[in-house]
Design a binder for this molecule. Sequence first.
Ligand code: BG6
Length: 486
Amino acid sequence: LPVASFDGVVFGATGDLTMRKLLPALYHRFRDRQFPASSRIIAAARTELDSDAFRSRAEAALRQHVDPASLDGELLQDFLGLVQYQTVDALGPQGWPELVATLRERPDQVQAFYLATSPDLYGPICHRLAEHGGLNALSRVVLEKPIGRDLASARAINNAVGEVLPERQIFRIDHYLGKETVQNLMALRFANPIFERLWHADIIDHVQITVAETVGVEGRGGYYDRSGALRDMVQNHMLQLLCLLAMESPISLDTDAVRDEKLKVLRALQRVEPHEVNACTVRGQYAAGVAEGRPVASYLTDLGAPESLTETFVALKMQVNSWRWAGVPFYLRTGKRLPRKMSEIVVQFRTPPFSIFPRDQHDLQPNRLLIRLQPAEGMRLEMMTKEPGPGGLHLRPTGLDISFEKAFGQRYPDAYERLLMDVVRGNTTLFMRRDEVEAAWNWVEPILQGWSERRDAPRPYLAGSWGPTAAIAMIERDGRTWYESF
Ligand code: BG6
């Protein structure tokens, strides 16, 4: 559905996120005529630039990050025509009166402020906007993750922003919630009663969530080294996936109905006490190796530092304390420089309680539901079937497959495309509420504390491998194994 004309102000406009994700997403929405050409994109950052110079940077970024088949020269120029640049100092006086004057030219439009900056600027930017009269009932502020680096800093940011804007005008973005396949989890669970009947501890043995990346830290070492995989991927994206898998049915699709149910899951997570981190977590850091067929350097070399205790891989064993999930472990793993870019959920069902097939001839595999979030988006239900042939009864696992690409045959919009339009629409359902973010930090914090008390280094793993062997040992101690499919 097209949205009404709006002003989009991007703070941190010269940064990586704007160039790689936000501008391409806006371009695609514009190309699909999802917003009118009377909208304006106001890029704001500290760098001294004029609008023409910024437009050239934006054009170069779009040429690099948008599929050439979608780049239409005339349309691109029309899009760049919507863009203007304003030098603004988030912590000083420069640029604010001019920015606010520009916004006042169109007082009746939605104003979406995207804060693609370091989180410690979220409070100051919102306060400056308020002081200069730049906020009104049509303003929306989008906060990128991570919101802070622990519970106290997250609360401080939420307080500072909350002083000048009500919760319904605050959009805490987690781009995983904008991914088509992640939204599809709601359809899978609540539009298909056959699965919902099976979705509990009597039938499910365990759940695995893997988010594997082949990239290293690229140019983001400054940010990443202060975060690590737990803060960068687990506190937000992976816990959100877990919530969607584990939550009870919301009473409706209303924004608070959905978020209330996710919050209950976060609150039901078994706390990992600092002294338990060795049993339930494994940290790794990539060493030099081979990724996607070429030699790659270690994390420390990429970072340009002689040492660092930051993890680029983490594996976790988690429990959701509820009637539905008691006794069902959730195993999570994520890392940089793993063998493939792949995000997948494996729901493994229990094996038959008794087998009529002679054990020595038949290795009965449990049923598994595989949900492939990216790439090759789809689902597979693995079942045991008889191999064809007259020579007896031989069993083999086979998959009931759905490929979303084949089923729908259309481009998957990037997560940011959907989410940016939701901001303009004022729909917060796919954004994190304050209490969700804080509950997630609350769960993560004792793990961070346990790691820092131990002060031991993360385990090295070869770039291009599936992480430290301790991550394999962690799940195999429970008689289970990481499942690689497709
Ligand atoms: C970001 C993290 O939130 O998600 C990055 O900061 C990570 O470190 C990225 O690479 C992964 O997103 P996607 O959409 O490529 O799976």
